[in-house]
Ligand binder design. Structure first.
Ligand SMILES: [Zn+2]
Length: 271
């Protein structure tokens, strides 16, 4: 699952390419979108805004229409010039939004749905979102309160819970806990407020930094793995960059998500 910063970056990049422009072509294989487009055509509308909320990417069109998409594990948004070859198969295409200058393609989107302002606000996936780590008005105290709702859960699992705080994916989960020296298996109840505040602050710093690193308007969603030197994520069996101990790996939590950690650097609160 992409991290929240990836979605924010995609939103900025797409906004730069097509924000304020008029849609000249709209194409979709999603039946509900196609039906809605028949009734209220998308072509001719302007793109008012492209925003990220948690891991949702929301495109606002003139006339009070919104397209909410969620990438889950395999979805992605790409930006092409007209006529340029796509990097994914046409059969993976779900939505195409084109202006005179750019073609924005959503591939394998598990969620792509139209909303008006009211139905968007009522959307349960958006309502349950915790504070968004990348948002300008991020509220760390509220994030701390929400993490505290899960005293008996392991900290790594709770960091992935988008209802507690929105934006951390599996990569940052491992990285942030390493940077804080906290065992991923520590129960939330065993972690002091000050330490949780530090976890929240470091997560926000990493995510915001990566949003701001965003490159030119052609950039599509790139993997953190390729673009960043990571402390523990994906480094099972390799030496810790701080102490040389072998990095360990284990599936964790109800969703059996992979967790990487250094058993020497992250001993705090071990059960
Ligand atoms: Zn170490």
């Amino acid at each position: 699952m992409p991290e929240g910063d990836t979605i924010h970056r995609a939103a900025r990049t797409i906004a730069k390419a097509i924000g304020g422009r008029v849609i000249t072509r709209f194409e979709t294989v999603v039946a509900a979108l196609a039906r809605a487009n028949d009734q209220q055509p998308i072509v001719g509308r302007r793109i008012d805004a492209v925003t990220a909320r948690g891991k949702n990417l929301i495109i606002a069109f003139s006339g009070g229409l919104f397209l909410r998409s969620h990438l889950r594990m395999n979805g992605s948004w790409h930006i092409y010039r007209p006529g340029e070859a796509w990097m994914k198969r046409r059969s993976d295409m779900r939505v195409v939004i084109a202006t005179d200058d750019f073609v924005v393609v959503g591939f394998n989107l598990p969620i792509a749905e139209f909303h008006d302002a009211r139905s968007l606000e009522r959307e349960p996936d958006l309502q349950r979102l915790g504070p968004d780590l990348v948002a300008d008005d991020f509220d760390p105290a509220e994030a701390l309160r929400r993490i505290r709702r899960y005293p008996d859960r392991e900290i790594a699992d709770v960091l992935l819970n988008q209802g507690a705080l929105a934006g951390i994916g599996n990569i940052y989960k491992s990285e942030v806990l390493f940077l804080c020296g906290i065992s991923p298996f520590a129960l939330v109840s065993s972690v002091a407020d000050g330490e949780l505040e530090r976890v929240i602050a470091i997560a926000r710093k990493l995510l915001v930094h990566n949003v701001e690193r965003a490159g030119g308007s052609r950039e599509t969603m790139s993997s953190l793995r390729q673009s960043q030197r990571l402390w523990v994520y994906g480094r099972r069996g390799e030496p810790c960059r701080k102490c040389g101990t072998r990095i360990e790996y284990r599936k964790q939590g109800p969703d059996v998500r992979g967790t990487y950690w250094c058993p020497r650097c992250q001993t705090r609160h071990e059960a």
